[in-house]
Design a protein around this ligand. Structure first.
Ligand SMILES: [Ca+2]
Ligand SMILES: [Ca+2]
Length: 362
């Protein structure tokens, strides 16, 4: 009897704990069912509360026309830019000494955007519109280039959210694009050109003219053109969506994948881990795999270019203030014509390639 009693006493805690665990797990299940899917992602909630964006220099490097002050990238004044470089022309026909000076001026005067690297010869202009959609916020992207009379549709190959965000920003949609893969019907008679315009952007340009634009023969399919659905503000995000700092909603599974879906980079700055073809920086930022060992420092602490990871470093690229460090290098067949490339010799975007000393407040 005594033995039985002892056994009962000893086993009670076990049963009690088991029962508690059983109920706890049921509770947890219930909690999991009502929790937003966001709990299952690689996002760090505490970090998200800081509302970091591409202008948070605790997370990314500032542009060459900005400097880091109190954790934020603040625009320089034009005179604080270097004096040398190639002169550029703005959309209002104003000439600037170089790209940095134009971009710092644009910070104060947002309508003043990059137009060309040529000397200003008014009335040059660059027109962009969306066509064959049901509204003015969606369709195929059509442009009329500076000094050209023909209108060209953008090519669909390698078309990504980066380019779609720039097109929508250019069109005046502050939060960029919502989709970039929607199909639109093009009337057969409307396709008059055998060429399309191939655009490569970083995603933070304010004008499509800042991207690399190359005229290409549209050999594969005349209907294979790039499309956008621009984002209209004011929508509530669903539980399956991530709310960007700029208030745009993107699918949760598009966070921490190395692609700037938000347009303000806020989906890539607070990540426990990275998905898809992306690399995790120590700063909890996801960068595309193609940015690892590419000779340019993308992670704030430089681990994407460490000797341990990349082996013996090749000859270092020069990094003058206005050097383009993320210049896209598309293969250009002979028949293709480069139309615009604001970053050929002038820093266009330099999200990440500033040496740490760049951030010293001067
Ligand atoms: Ca993303
Ligand atoms: Ca890199």
């Amino acid at each position: 009897m005594k033995i039985l009693l002892v056994l009962l006493v000893l086993s009670c805690p076990f049963f009690c704990i088991c029962t508690q665990q059983h109920w706890a797990s049921k509770d947890e299940q219930q909690v999991q069912q009502v929790q937003p899917v966001q709990q299952e992602t690689a996002l760090i909630q505490e970090c998200l509360n800081n509302k970091y964006t591409h202008e948070s220099c605790k997370k990314v490097f500032c542009h060459p026309w900005q400097r880091c002050v109190g954790g934020n990238c603040i625009c320089k004044l034009p005179y604080q830019c270097p004096r040398n470089g190639t002169s550029v022309c703005s959309t209002s026909g104003r000439a600037f000494r170089n790209y940095c000076q134009l971009k710092s001026y644009e910070c104060q005067h947002p309508k003043e955007k990059f137009l060309t690297k040529e000397y200003c010869v008014p009335p040059e202009k660059f027109e962009i519109s969306v066509v064959y959609g049901d509204s003015q916020s969606e369709g195929l992207v059509q442009v009329q280039l500076v000094n050209h009379t023909e209108k060209l549709l953008l090519c669909n190959n390698e078309w990504s959210m980066n380019e779609a965000n720039v097109v929508c920003t250019h069109l005046g949609f502050k939060t960029g694009a919502e989709h970039h893969k929607k199909k639109f019907e093009v009337p057969e008679s409307a396709v008059t050109s055998s060429q399309c315009l191939h655009a490569t952007c970083r995603g933070l340009e304010t004008s499509l003219m800042e991207c690399t634009l190359i005229k290409r023969s549209n050999i594969n399919s005349n209907k294979n053109f790039a499309s956008v659905v621009c984002n209209k503000e004011g929508r509530e995000c669903s539980l399956e969506e991530f709310r960007c700092v700029n208030a745009k909603c993107i699918p949760l599974n598009e966070t921490c994948n190395g692609i700037n879906d938000c347009g303000d980079l806020s989906d890539e700055l607070c990540c426990k881990e990275c998905k898809g073809n992306s690399f995790h920086c120590n700063s909890e930022v996801c960068i595309p795999n193609k940015s690892v060992c590419n000779g340019e420092v993308d992670c704030l602490t430089g681990e994407d270019e460490s000797q341990a990871r990349c082996g013996a470093l090749p000859e270092q690229k020069p990094k003058p203030e206005m050097q383009a460090l993320h210049e896209p290098k598309p293969e250009i067949p002979e028949q293709d014509v480069v139309i615009s490339n604001s970053n050929m010799d002038e820093g266009k975007f330099n999200l990440s390639s500033r040496p740490a000393a760049y951030h010293i407040i001067r």
